[in-house]
Design a protein around this ligand. Sequence first.
Ligand SMILES: Nc1ncnc2c1ncn2[C@@H]1O[C@H](COP(=O)(O)OP(=O)(O)O)[C@@H](O)[C@H]1O
Ligand SMILES: O=P(O)(O)O[C@H]1O[C@H](CO)[C@@H](O[C@H]2O[C@H](CO)[C@@H](O)[C@H](O)[C@H]2O)[C@H](O)[C@H]1O
Length: 445
Amino acid sequence: MSTRPLHAVASLTDDLRTWLPAQRWFAAKGRDLTDVRVERAVGLADGDPALVHALVEANGELYQVLIGVRAELPDHLAPFAIGQLGESHAYDATHDPELMSGLIDLMAKGADLGGLSWRAEPGVELLTGLRARPIGVEQSNTSVVFGYHYILKLFRRPVLGANRDVDLHRALWAAGSKQIAQPVGVVEGAGAVLGFAQRFLGDSAEGWATATASVRDLLAEGDLHAREVGGDFAGEASRLGAAVAQVHADLATTLGSDVIDAAGMESSLAQMHRRLDEVLLEVPALAEHEAAVRAAFDAVRGVSGGIPVQHVHGDLHLGQVLRTTAGWVLIDFEGEPAAAPEERVLTRSPLRDVAGMLRSFDYAALHLVAGGEPDHQQEVRAAEWADRNRAAFCEGYATVGGDPREHAALLRAFELDKAVYEVRYEHRNRPDWVAIPLAAIKRAA
Ligand SMILES: Nc1ncnc2c1ncn2[C@@H]1O[C@H](COP(=O)(O)OP(=O)(O)O)[C@@H](O)[C@H]1O
Ligand SMILES: O=P(O)(O)O[C@H]1O[C@H](CO)[C@@H](O[C@H]2O[C@H](CO)[C@@H](O)[C@H](O)[C@H]2O)[C@H](O)[C@H]1O
């Protein structure tokens, strides 16, 4: 295998054509997968099991696939099978702790292997010999935890050139930010960042899990209001607002900020209308709200004094924030998974992140009542939870930055733009949930 991995892995092309579209991180959903080609493949470990690092082009997009090869496939790896390589089984190696465990060691060594460079961040001494644990969560990328120390994200769709997640983490870490996890190493190859290791925050809980636990508490209590139940989230929402505002302030200080003029505003509006055009074609149910959404977008033209822009998170929601014992931490600064790389690096209004988080409070509240038998009282109480936490988030934000609610027209337009994005995201990935952003559009438009 080590001598000619490209040749060997190329024979998996047909299997990859079936396997790739079934993966959560595969982006070309909604399009037929016609063209699959193994671009590069290098051996990272020989023997049985063997590990091959491959870059696969599918319909013109590049994907990173780590392929494990074993003569016998144990039961726990059977769900991750890709196909056969001669007599051996090929499978997604990111689920194999045995094969993953060597990756941080390669970084610690500063290894150069088949065109891949593994580097610790300057000044970081990485621990080696740690056990690897795939996190098993279905995400845009694939992450593996090493001991209780590091988490390595393997970018499934590597972007040629600079990597926004890495660059913004480095900038914030250099600025002394307490609201991000320390970057500890990167893997680069083929002109792209392929992997990014950070300190693993083992004491953390995801914002989505903590917020939805609070909603569940509320719904379990027959008559109480959100402020009266033990699991009230408003204090956390407020602290989260302050943390997000602090990240915005640090990004503006280190990377600069600007104000967009009328031409810049037109181009941003055109983007929002374009996205709406695209989503309307894919999800006809959106059509009844089209006029109202377009009017809310165009109301942004009435905003006086220009719109401040800077680098922001770009895809902020409750799944992108972790509550640690020291406070809230923001993760995953890649930007919206569906946006083109050149769009993701643009500076934007920080209110975009605020809008993303406000949408997320709506999701957290409503996903627990959506889908079941309609229950008006539960819906009203969930909506009360969302309103309370949306307000608390803005109040917390205002303790560090300006109060987002003072920019009502912008916030409304950005929330609607985000909800339009979510309609497509849900339609493609979780059709049962498409009602959540659609209901929000109906309410707001
Ligand atoms: N530094 C960290 N410490 C602890 N858990 C983390 C850390 N970074 C990410 N995670 C966990 O890994 C998951 C995936 O990370 P994320 O960067 O959002 O990847 P993706 O791009 O695949 O969405 C998160 O939802 C979170 O649960
Ligand atoms: O975390 P990702 O970068 O993969 O973001 C994508 O997936 C998110 C879902 O995991 C999606 O978020 C939407 O659902 C969340 C609940 O699961 C909710 O909190 C968010 O507000 C909502 O947007 C996100 O949009 C998508 O880009």
